[in-house]
Write a protein of this length. Structure first.
Length: 329
């Protein structure tokens, strides 16, 4: 079919869409054998009242294969086409003040976080570290990056709403605690990768690698709490504690009942208080009011929805007795 040259009548019988496709194919094919498009990269310095203004762009020298295509008006190019000028040419300048607003960076999506992890080498100033990160494709691997984000999300450091990622108060505390630490920089991955290569080459040992990691982590654990002593951060920490506690322990009257996923446990457990309230008891999920009643009144009203081990439903109240939660019929 490509060897057949269509006549004028055949071309005129084509639908507009078919004709556009045919002409695009012809132009693209001819362009492959046409002359090169030539231009000069140009940088112009213009002095206005002793102030220098810099303009970068290009000056077209030869249209070449581009002459086969109609360039769309207003099409944005990588660099503007500049007029041909000579050194010391005079110019007429029109100066004006332009008011505007800067836009904040676009919020990250989960996909954006994965891309950022992959290209983390761009954020590192040290050239050697940057090269290593580019070679290993950043932090994590294709198989682990989404899992890392899921773990951070599950532990409450970030939250995702409508695919937009935002840092929680708990995440802010973590960021403040490790600010300026190697743990907060992609360089840590690069340095670990560098030493792993030494091990592979027989120039390093696994024992030294693990020893240095342990030393680094111990130093971080010792240093991080000092970062949390500022007044503003103390408020954030207290807010985070408040959101994770249900109230004061009714047994020791000193500890706080801390949310531990499946239960509320007394924060004074190190001193011997083992009082706990499970969030689900005999198949029934407790409400916040139920928990509050147990802490403040040591009893709830009559509740429906419990199930025995045999699967039979029953109603009962919950009470605090003998330092534990039990049924009252």
């Amino acid at each position: 079919m490509t060897k057949t040259i269509p006549s004028e009548s055949v071309l005129s019988a084509l639908k507009p869409e078919e004709k556009n496709i045919y002409e695009e194919v012809v132009r693209t094919t001819l362009a492959m054998f046409h002359e090169d498009y030539e231009y000069e990269e140009t940088a112009i310095e213009t002095k206005v009242n002793e102030l220098l203004f810099y303009t970068k762009g290009r000056v077209e020298v030869k249209k070449g294969w581009k002459s086969l295509f109609n360039e769309k008006e207003g099409k944005k190019e990588d660099a503007p086409v500049l007029p041909a000028v000579q050194k010391n040419d005079t110019t007429c300048s029109k100066l004006a003040i332009k008011e505007g607003f800067t836009k904040p960076p676009q919020p990250y999506t989960e996909g954006g976080l994965i891309s950022m992890m992959k290209t983390a080498g761009k954020l590192v100033e040290d050239e050697a570290d940057s090269d290593i990160l580019k070679e290993v494709e950043g932090i994590g691997t294709e198989a682990t990056r989404s899992g890392i984000i899921e773990t951070i999300k599950k532990n409450g450091y970030i939250e995702v709403k409508k695919n937009i990622v935002s840092v929680t108060e708990k995440g802010i505390i973590l960021c403040e605690a490790i600010e300026g630490n190697l743990l907060s920089s992609p360089s840590m991955t690069a340095k670990w990768e560098s030493y792993l290569r030494k091990i592979g080459e027989g120039k390093g040992s696994q024992e030294n690698f693990l020893k240095n990691i342990k030393k680094f982590l111990n130093a971080t654990i010792d240093e991080a709490p000092k970062k949390l002593e500022t007044e503003s951060l103390a408020v954030v920490v207290q807010n985070q504690v408040d959101t994770q506690t249900a109230g004061t322990c009714p047994i020791c009257k000193d500890g706080q009942m801390v949310d531990r996923k499946k239960l509320y446990g007394c924060s004074n457990y190190k001193n011997g208080c083992t009082f706990t309230i499970f969030k689900v008891i005999s198949g029934k999920k407790l409400t916040q009011k139920n928990v509050k009643d147990l802490l403040e009144k040591q009893a709830t009203g009559k509740l429906k929805g419990f199930k025995s081990k045999a699967g039979k439903p029953f109603d009962a109240s919950l009470i605090v007795k003998d330092k534990k939660v039990t049924f009252s019929f």
